[in-house]
Design a protein around this ligand. Structure first.
Ligand code: IPE
Ligand code: IPE
Ligand code: MG
Length: 232
């Protein structure tokens, strides 16, 4: 395997373009989502080979509820099937699965599958794989504020560190690299706090076509960035 000098600790993906991928092939959109899951599995495995320990996958946003009922229903069903099937496989590889997002509004069976996957893998430490699922960054920030208020924490005790500990990603490092496939140049309510100093990699490649080779291009690009964090 190619050596990369400087690897990101935490890589996050906006896995976009499944629908367009399917359309190009004359397939129903849901086939694009199925292909997208296969892609995610391979990319996560590839990052595991590099020893990258934190990976986040944006798989369903709080805004995605606005899509037609059939698409939402079909998508949730595909995600549920794949979590059920893949949990054991991730477990074997030492991956700890976490869920970033709300359980609210999700079908009961899906919540159960997520809870089971999280429970099964909770002691694994090779990689933390976050499923941002029914996730919205503004909602996450509001949830953090609520949790701080509910604990009656006095204002002078609230700082950036404490705030981070109330986010869904508590205890994890900030995101170093955000990859968005599908050609759009936006964040779509993803990890606003955690990506304050991330490097961004945008590609026109549609998510189901994104693979190890495309990942290496993103890592090579990251490797060339000079991260200054405000310093000189
Ligand atoms: C990304 O693919 C997956 C989700 C948002 C769930 P899209 O479904 O947004 O695909 P496009 O953008 O329509 O091609
Ligand atoms: C972002 O993709 C959300 C996920 C990948 C889950 P969208 O396709 O929903 O984003 P917008 O609506 O085009 O910004
Ligand atoms: Mg999209």
């Amino acid at each position: 395997m190619k050596k990369i000098a400087r690897l990101p600790k935490h890589v996050a993906f906006i896995m976009d373009g499944n629908g367009r991928w399917a359309k190009k092939r004359g397939l129903p959109r849901l086939e694009g989502h199925r292909a997208g899951i296969a892609s995610a599995r391979k990319v996560v495995e590839h990052l595991g080979d590099y020893g990258i320990r934190y990976v986040t996958l944006y798989s369903f946003s709080t805004e995605n509820w606005k899509r037609p009922r059939e698409e939402v229903g079909g998508l949730l069903k595909i995600l549920e099937e794949s979590i059920g099937k893949q949990a054991a496989e991730f477990h074997e590889k030492g991956v700890q699965i976490r869920h970033l997002g709300h359980y609210h509004r999700l079908p009961r069976q899906l919540n159960k599958s997520i809870e089971e996957a999280v429970e099964l893998t909770k002691n694994n430490s090779k990689m933390i794989l976050n499923f941002a699922f029914n996730y919205g960054s503004r909602l996450e920030i509001v949830d953090a504020v609520r949790s701080i208020a509910a604990q009656g924490i006095p204002p002078e005790k609230i700082d950036e560190k404490l705030f981070s500990r109330h986010l869904y990603t508590a205890g994890q490092p900030d995101v170093d690299l955000v990859v968005r496939t599908g050609g759009d140049l936006r964040i779509s309510n993803f990890l606003l706090w955690q990506s304050a100093y991330s490097e961004y990699y945008f590609t026109d490649v549609l998510w189901p076509d994104f693979n190890a080779e495309e990942m290496d291009k993103a890592l090579a690009s990251y490797n060339q960035r000079q991260r200054r964090f405000g310093k000189l």
